[in-house]
Design a protein around this ligand. Structure first.
Ligand code: ADP
Ligand code: GLC
Length: 471
């Protein structure tokens, strides 16, 4: 099958979070399984662009309302990612360093989708499936069906994957002029609560809708930032498919970011070496259990409860554990972590920013990974932690609930709690500190979780079944 993935992120080209990881891996494993999977994304000005070779594949032009723009599609020449990668260049809109966070994001991603639809309409053949990811590509299923200029694509099946339903890409109806001539009777397919809602539109227009864990699929019918009724109504076309992880990138035996590699057999010693170098760099005590947090410092991740939870825990245990935080996001939370570095020296440290290398070293060197997420559609961090023998400490929600078994249950290896509260986090840290003393138990849990198979190889088939069901 020929599968065209359309996304705002793809690792290692441009990544802000898990969406990038998924779109950088799923197509690779689809190609390995015999499909032709391609990725189309905006051409941001990232390091990857300047360090690789490209050929021009297509030049075209289109309108965004009354603004006439040229676009160019370039293709990575060597197929080094394991799939064909296409970047869409639109001067003035996409030629930026960051992926998101600009005032004109609606214009940027609408123009991107128009360029993609124009380009695909020019092909002699139609692909078997167009697979869109998150709201930045949510207008495409509508455009492919109801824009007169893209009529050729109207019979192409579309799959829309929701990685995060919190963000929906809302735009005022004044922006409807951006969408190329469309069947005005279909206004309802764009609308939700009196605005154009790309995420809602995709749920209505895509042939199939998937999300990245089973539990999150269920939760969306009760909590989805205003779309609950829509999920209830469209449940027949929705399916949860748990994400996989790229075992070639995330492998403690070969990880290019680690200096001390280790296997399941050598996990205890291997992790200790990684922990020592990490603790040395961040002035922490390698003899104490090390808890880390890696992620976006936002409300969904409940990052703002961590400073107090960590302080409380250090107070009640008289400093029995160490903590290291890596993340960026809400300036207030960044400031609260930064402010803790000096007074808690020796027990706590934080790096505010994004650092791929450090994140790998932390998965390898930590004993526990904290994820108190309020919302977690899948979560990849806990699966990376498991692969590196690090005990996940998670709130029971979404994909965390689907992947982590509490150590009190048969075959358990993690720590689960119910509330994104200071008390629950502090209590769970206490459970971690207690089990850390039992080295045999720790080793057993590490070995067990490292052998759990979350590979894409075992997940790809589920997407194939979805594609086949809509041919
Ligand atoms: P989300 O996509 O909601 O942020 P996921 O758990 O799916 O959460 O994926 C997060 C991904 O981003 C992981 O690969 C994680 O290691 C990475 N990540 C998040 N924050 C940082 C950071 N500050 N530095 C390096 N990597 C990060
Ligand atoms: C989103 C979700 C995260 C998920 C990722 C990849 O960013 O917040 O839970 O793992 O997408 O699907």
């Amino acid at each position: 099958m020929e599968i065209i993935h359309i996304s705002a992120e793809c690792y290692p080209v441009a990544k802000a979070g898990g969406l990038g990881d998924v779109v950088g891996a799923l197509p690779k494993y689809q190609c390995k399984a015999g499909h032709i999977a391609k990725v189309v994304m905006p051409m941001y000005r990232t390091k990857f662009l300047y360090e690789n070779e490209w050929t021009v594949d297509f030049k075209g032009n289109a309108n965004l309302g009354s603004w006439f723009f040229d676009f160019t599609i370039i293709k990575e020449s060597t197929n080094k990612l394991g799939f064909d990668l296409f970047l869409v260049d639109i001067n003035g809109l996409l030629d930026r360093q960051r992926i998101y966070g600009y005032d004109d994001d609606s214009e940027r991603f609408t123009a991107f989708q128009i360029a993609v639809a124009s380009w695909m309409s020019s092909w002699e053949h139609n692909p078997d499936v167009v697979h869109c990811h998150d709201h930045h590509t949510g207008l495409l299923p509508f455009m492919m069906q109801y824009c007169y200029d893209f009529k050729k694509l109207s019979s192409v099946p579309t799959v829309f994957t929701i990685h995060n339903a919190q963000y929906q890409g809302w735009m005022g109806w004044d922006k409807s002029r951006y969408i190329p001539r469309w069947d005005l009777w279909k206004r309802g397919m764009l609308d939700w609560a009196d605005s154009i809602n790309p995420l809602a539109s995709a749920i209505k227009c895509a042939t199939r809708v998937t999300t990245v864990s089973w539990s999150y699929m269920e939760e969306l019918r009760f909590h989805s930032n205003g779309l609950e009724k829509l999920f209830e109504y469209e449940r027949g076309k929705c399916i949860g498919i748990l994400n996989g992880i790229d075992n070639e990138v995330w492998n403690p035996e070969t990880d290019k970011y680690l200096t001390d590699h280790y296997s399941v057999k050598k996990v205890t010693g291997g992790k200790q070496k990684n922990k020592e170098s990490l603790c040395q760099q961040f002035s922490l005590d390698p003899e104490k259990p090390l808890f880390v947090f890696i992620g976006r410092l936002v409300g969904e991740k409940a990052a703002e409860i961590l400073p107090d939870a960590i302080k409380t825990s250090l107070y009640y245990t008289q400093g029995a554990a160490c903590f290291l935080v890596l993340g960026s996001g809400d300036p207030e939370v960044e400031w609260r972590f930064t402010e803790m570095i000096e007074p808690y020296k020796g027990s706590f440290n934080a790096v505010i920013g994004y650092d791929e290398t450090l994140s790998h070293r932390m998965y390898a060197g930590a004993d526990f990974l904290l994820m108190p997420s309020r919302v977690e559609p899948c979560g990849l961090n806990q699966m990376y932690a498991m692969r590196y023998g690090t005990v996940p400490v998670v709130r029971s929600t979404g994909g965390l609930q689907d992947t982590v078994v509490d150590m009190g249950d048969p075959e358990g290896f993690g720590i689960r709690f119910n509330h994104a509260s200071i008390h629950d986090v502090e209590y769970s840290i206490g459970r971690g500190i207690a089990v850390y003393q039992d080295t045999a138990h720790m080793e057993k849990m590490r070995k067990w979780m490292m052998q759990i198979d979350h590979s894409w190889e075992s997940t790809v088939d589920q997407y194939t079944q979805v594609y086949e069901s809509i041919q």
